[in-house]
Design a protein around this ligand. Sequence first.
Ligand SMILES: C=CC1=C(C)c2cc3[nH]c(cc4nc(cc5[nH]c(cc1n2)c(C)c5CCC(=O)O)C(CCC(=O)O)=C4C)c(C)c3C=C
Ligand SMILES: [Fe+2]
Length: 344
Amino acid sequence: MSKGVLLVNLGSPDSTDPKDVKRYLGEFLMDERVIDVPYWARTLLVKGIVLNTRPKKSAEAYKKIWWEEGSPLIVLSERLQAKIDSLTSIPIALSMRYGNPDILSGLQELNDKGVDEVLLFPLYPQFAMATTETILVLAEELRQKHFPDMKFTTVPPFYNHPDYIRVLAESISERLEGVDFQHLLFSYHGVPERHIRKSDVTKSHCKIDGTCCQSPSVAHQFCYRHQCFETTRLVAEYLGLKENTYSVSFQSRLGFDPWLQPYTDRTIERFGKQGMKKLAIVTPAFVSDCLETLEEIAMEGEEIFHEVGGKEFTVVPCLNDRQDWVNVLSRWIDEWAFKKPVKA
Ligand SMILES: C=CC1=C(C)c2cc3[nH]c(cc4nc(cc5[nH]c(cc1n2)c(C)c5CCC(=O)O)C(CCC(=O)O)=C4C)c(C)c3C=C
Ligand SMILES: [Fe+2]
């Protein structure tokens, strides 16, 4: 068997043209694991309402963060792929769940190189049905249809892996060295509360009120909320952060259903109104900087903080293509490919 790796990230529109943004949002939001309502209702909501207004607004936001080479998320993922590729001897392909390059072309590229055993590597530290699960389901559908002889292995969510925690914590301490801050906010992408209940394999563990995430359960294997809190706890422990000097919030909610709380924008506002002047923020659900970190946090978040009297707003960049992160990912890949012992 010949081995290869498919890194998979979320994806971006091809350009900031509202037509491209509309095509991308259409594919994204028509995913039944993102807007998980019956097909007719999703079609009515997405095609009848959201796609008539949101593409223009989102295109404006993308314009603010777009780079000459393209979408930051794609460019940063490509840089990560290239650096891993230079350290490993097996083929490394890159795909996006939505937009381009798609998962089919990534699998085709590996197949053309003679690969028949693929390590599927969703670039998400925490599991969510709207991210990890949708990648794995689509990849499996494509495998069955186009590459039935291919074998898949999947990298599990690495939210509590000591290597990930160390690199994330080091990236925070590097950025915050010499920065005077009163509070470190861990802002994760939100999901609707309903998604947490749906992913609960026990069907009874998740209460979403904070009482369940600390009590051991098999449900945690698929619980986004638990995994976000665990990442935070472990990083705080690594950095020796004192209680009440850090907290968790959830950003980027869409629609009117309850999403995981507290919401990041309201938290930033509350901190400023309470008199906080110096806030630092880190976004561990994203391994690559993207619209949600560069625009929603670094631009909108800072504006909110300043409007309510805040002064210094420091954003920790995502891991992107940091060399220590590249080294960790390359080592994980080699350990899988060459069956080397797994070291923390
Ligand atoms: C942890 C990662 C992410 C989760 C969980 C997630 C859930 C989720 N997202 C939407 C809706 C949108 N998200 C959008 C952008 C976006 N989302 C993520 C990651 C997660 N999403 C990233 C990395 C990005 C940025 C992409 C980029 O090109 O930089 C957008 C598009 C932008 C916009 O119009 O605001 C939408 C829409 C839902 C509904 C959801 C869970 C159900
Ligand atoms: Fe999102």
